[in-house]
Design a protein around this ligand. Sequence first.
Ligand code: MN
Length: 299
Amino acid sequence: MERVVVLEARKASIGDGTEVRRLLPQRALRTAGAWCFLDHYGPDDVSRGAGMQVPPHPHIGLQTVSWLFDGHVLHRDSLGSQQLIRPGELNLMTSGRGVAHSEESPRGRPATLHGLQLWIALPDAERFTEPGFAHHASLPVLHDGDATVTVVVGEYLGERSPAVVYSPLAGFEVAVPEGARFTLTTRPDFEYAVVAADGPATVAGAHIEPGRLAYLAPGLFGVPLTPDESRRDPARFFVLGGKPFTEQLVMWWNFVARTSGEITQARDDWQAGRFAPVRGYPGDPLPAPELPVARLLPR
Ligand code: MN
């Protein structure tokens, strides 16, 4: 790959039909580090109706990272967690061998919802671990030149996120004021992928905007992040990074595995009610789609 590659999202819908920009995985880029899934949604007006509703659904083999730029989401899971998340806070759920959760717009929410849903593939040695859930309301926030960097996952300039992950990873929200010149310090052994949350921006010379992802191959010590004239000041970026993840993944629906047999088993387990239930969600769980067996060959 070239040093900077711009990838286009594809449109997808989740839960009740909330439209998202799916940036990972895609044919040209399966993972960035162990980050294996990235949806960018909003800003959406969720003041009317039920807002965003993602009914109970299962996961295996991954960690989910929920990150908001604006608005509130209520998380429930099969461990009994019930947790409101707000901008600047991290919800981190480790599925290990299996967990189920739901996400919903809570009552009394702000009108605007805007955020990211990410998954991290668990390395083979960790993927059958016990499920767990952590909420981090307070994360390290650094001022680096004119920019403000929130360390969501991993470490930046010596400040480390409390989030427990299982491979070398970075996840930062970076706010850059209009007109500022800012270069994010990067590790040459990591690859990176950058989202512009609020509007057009330039990443290491490449133009992106919401719906486009800038991929940066390993070998860089810094990445210039420059907002174009944006409606929102400062403009916000989300930066994923990590050591290239070399394990072969088989992903289908909400499952991350290594073989199609594991996917089939997880689907059967969900359909047969063998995952622990999510309590309190005002609606039915999501049924699994039909399995397109021929498409599950490992790549
Ligand atoms: Mn989920």
